[in-house]
Design a protein around this ligand. Structure first.
Ligand SMILES: Cc1cc2nc3c(=O)[nH]c(=O)nc-3n(C[C@H](O)[C@H](O)[C@H](O)COP(=O)(O)OP(=O)(O)OC[C@H]3O[C@@H](n4cnc5c(N)ncnc54)[C@H](O)[C@@H]3O)c2cc1C
Length: 517
C-alpha cells in the first residue's frame, strides 16, 4: 500500500463517508481511516435487550463532565459512524436557521452561508440518501428545487388517526422525511423492513440509508480508494512553520503507522475531532492545531431534547412510528415570542428500551408491566435549539481524556414545547383514552451522555478570530486541513443534524475536486 495519498479522510460517518463518496469517482487516491470496524450483521442488531440494556454498540470510552464525574458517552465507532444507529430522520434546516435568530437565552448566530447556498446540496443529499418525503407539506420549510426521490412513507393506522385528528384541530402535521430503502408497493418486503428499522438499532438487512451502506460500501471496489479499519488517528503532524499537515499518525494493530496526503480531512465526530486537533498541539500550534482563535472544542451543542411517552387506553400497534412530525412551534408564533422547536415521533417503545433508557424509574417494575405499558405508548421526540456557548466545550486532561462541560440553554423554550405537546395530545383525544386515572406522560431530558446530536466544536465563519474553519471548511490557519463532520455548525437549529452534515460534505467535496484540478 502506498503511504502517500491525494486525500486522507479521518472517520467514515455522515461527514467523512459522504465526502469519500463525492471524491471517489474522480480517481484521486483516497485513504479512509476509521477507528472502528464494520458493524457485525447479527441477530443482536434487532434485539432491544442487547441494543438498549447491554449497550452492545456503544463505545466503552469514558468521558468526564465539568465536575469530573465519569460517564459513558453514546458514541459509536463503526464504518458509517453514528449513522449506523441513527433514526435516519433527514431534515433540512429552515432558512431562518441560517440567519441570526433571537432565543429566550440569547442570539443564535448567523451562518456564513445562506439556505439558498445549501439548497442544491440538500437536494443532492436527499437523492444520495434516498429520502422519502413530500416537500410542500411542512409550512416552515424553505424553497426546494426538486421533490424528494421517493414518496413520503405512509402512516400506520394509529398514526394516521393522530395525523387526521391534528389536522382537524388546526395543526399542520406533515409526513416526516426518512432515509430508508423501502418500496411500499412491495408489501412483504415493506413489512419486513418496518419491523427491522428504527431509532437506535442497526439495520441487519441494510435497508437504512446509513453512511456505510449508501456512501462507503459502493466505493470500496474502486482501485483509488483504500479503507483501513481499526485505525485510530492519534495525531496530526505539521511542517516546521505549521502551515500544512504533513503526516497522519495512526494506531493500528498495536503499531503506530504514518501516512501522508496533499489534503487531510478530519471527520471524527464533533467531540473527537476537537480532541484530535487539541492533542496535535506542537510548537507552532501550542493550543492545538488550527486553534489560534481558542475556538477548537468550544460552542459544543447537542440540542435541548426531551423524549415523551404518552400512554393511551387504546392499543398502539404501530411498528414503524416515525412517519409524523409537526413544526407549528418551530418559529415564534402568536402566543410565544421565541422559537420552541420541532416535534417528531420516534421508534416505538418496548420494555427493554424503557429499562435501558430509564433504569432508575423502571428498576422495580416487573417486565410484564413495562411490556404492557409499551403496547399503549405513543412516543415523541422534542427538539429545541441550544445555543453555542463558549464555555460549553471539549477539553483534554493530561492523559488525553475528554472533558465535556455543558450547561443547557433555552430551557424555557423546551418547557413551552412540552406544554404545547401536552395541549395538542389532549386536543386529539389521548386524554380521553388514558390508561391511568389521569392523562399520563413520561418525559425524559437527555443527559450529557446522550451526545447523538453533538456539533459545533470547530465552527466555520469568515473571521479567523472567532471561527476555526473558513467558508469551505478549511482551517483558517492551515493550507490543507479540512473538517467536515458536525463540528462546523455555528448553530444547530432544531432539527436532526445529519442531512445538513451530508449536504455540507458534498459541498466541500465539490470544492476539493475544483481545488485539485
Ligand atoms: C441513536 C442515534 C440516533 C440518531 N438519529 C438521527 C436522526 O434520526 N437524524 C439525524 O439527522 N441524525 C441522527 N443522529 C445523529 C447523526 O447520526 C449524527 O449527527 C451524524 O452521524 C454525525 O456525523 P459525523 O460525520 O459528524 O460523525 P459520525 O457519523 O459519528 O462519524 C465519525 C466517525 O469517526 C470515527 N472516528 C472517531 N475518532 C476517530 C479517530 N481518532 N480516528 C479514526 N476514526 C475516528 C468514528 O468511529 C466514526 O465512524 C442520531 C445519532 C444517534 C447516535
Amino acid at each position: 500500500m502506498p503511504e502517500r495519498f491525494d486525500v486522507i479522510i479521518i472517520g467514515t460517518g455522515a461527514g467523512g463517508g459522504t465526502l469519500a463518496h463525492t471524491l471517489a469517482p474522480s480517481g484521486i487516491r483516497i485513504l479512509l481511516l476509521e477507528r472502528g470496524n464494520f458493524l457485525p450483521r447479527e441477530m443482536a442488531n434487532w434485539d432491544p435487550e442487547s441494543v438498549f440494556v447491554d449497550g452492545r454498540y456503544i463505545s466503552s470510552d469514558t468521558w468526564y463532565d465539568a465536575d469530573g464525574t465519569a460517564f459513558q458517552p453514546q458514541v459509536h465507532y463503526f464504518v458509517g459512524g453514528a449513522t449506523k444507529l441513527y433514526g435516519a430522520a433527514l431534515y433540512r434546516l429552515r432558512p431562518e436557521d441560517f440567519h441570526e435568530l433571537p432565543h429566550v437565552d440569547g442570539l443564535s448566530p448567523a451562518w456564513p452561508l445562506s439556505y439558498e447556498d445549501f439548497e442544491p446540496y440538500y437536494t443532492k443529499a436527499e437523492w444520495l440518501y434516498r429520502v422519502h418525503g413530500n416537500h410542500g407539506e411542512d409550512p416552515t420549510e424553505g424553497p426546494w428545487s426538486q421533490q424528494y426521490p421517493w414518496p413520503a412513507l405512509s402512516h400506520e393506522p394509529r398514526i394516521q388517526q393522530l395525523f387526521d385528528d391534528l389536522q382537524r384541530g388546526g395543526y399542520h402535521p406533515f409526513r416526516a422525511p426518512c432515509g430508508v430503502m423501502l418500496d411500499e408497493s412491495d408489501r412483504a418486503r415493506s413489512t419486513c423492513i418496518r419491523f427491522t428499522w428504527c431509532d437506535g438499532y442497526p439495520c441487519l438487512v441494510h435497508a437504512k440509508s446509513d453512511a456505510e451502506v449508501v456512501a462507503v460500501r459502493p466505493i470500496l471496489d474502486l482501485p483509488n480508494v483504500t479503507l483501513l479499519v481499526d485505525a485510530q488517528v492519534a495525531s496530526l503532524e505539521t511542517d516546521s512553520i505549521g502551515g500544512a499537515v504533513t503526516g497522519v499518525v495512526v494506531s493500528r494493530g498495536g503499531n503506530m503507522e504514518r501516512y501522508e496526503a496533499d489534503l487531510v480531512v478530519v471527520s471524527a465526530g464533533a467531540a473527537n475531532s476537537a480532541k484530535l486537533l487539541l492533542e496535535s498541539a506542537n510548537d507552532r500550534h501550542p493550543n492545538g492545531l488550527a486553534n489560534g482563535s481558542d475556538q477548537v472544542g468550544r460552542n459544543y451543542m447537542f440540542h435541548n431534547c426531551k423524549a415523551v411517552v404518552a400512554l393511551s387506553r387504546e392499543l398502539n400497534e404501530t411498528v414503524f412510528q416515525k412517519t409524523l412530525a409537526i413544526n407549528d412551534f418551530y418559529l415564534p408564533w402568536n402566543d410565544y415570542p421565541w422559537p420552541a422547536g420541532n416535534i417528531q415521533m420516534v421508534g416505538k417503545s418496548n420494555a427493554a428500551a424503557m429499562k435501558g433508557e430509564e433504569p432508575n424509574l423502571t428498576r422495580f417494575a416487573p417486565h410484564w408491566t413495562l411490556a404492557d405499558t409499551a403496547k399503549h405508548a405513543v412516543d415523541f421526540w422534542l427538539t429545541t435549539e441550544d445555543l453555542p456557548l463558549p464555555d460549553n466545550r471539549v477539553t483534554l486532561d493530561g492523559d488525553g481524556n475528554v472533558h465535556l462541560a455543558y450547561t443547557s440553554t433555552n430551557d424555557d423554550e423546551a418547557d413551552r414545547l412540552y406544554q404545547e405537546l401536552k395541549k395538542l395530545l389532549n386536543h386529539v383525544g389521548l386524554a380521553e383514552h388514558h390508561v391511568l386515572s389521569k392523562n399520563f406522560y413520561m418525559d425524559m431530558n437527555i443527559p450529557i451522555a446522550g451526545c447523538a446530536h453533538q456539533a459545533g466544536t470547530c465552527r466555520f465563519g469568515t473571521d479567523p478570530a472567532s471561527s476555526v474553519l473558513d467558508g469551505n471548511c478549511k482551517a483558517h490557519e492551515l493550507d490543507n486541513l479540512y473538517v467536515v463532520d458536525t463540528s462546523f455548525f455555528p448553530s444547530i437549529g432544531a432539527v436532526n443534524p445529519a442531512l445538513t452534515t451530508i449536504a455540507n460534505a458534498i459541498r466541500v467535496g465539490e470544492h476539493l475536486l475544483e481545488r485539485m484540478k
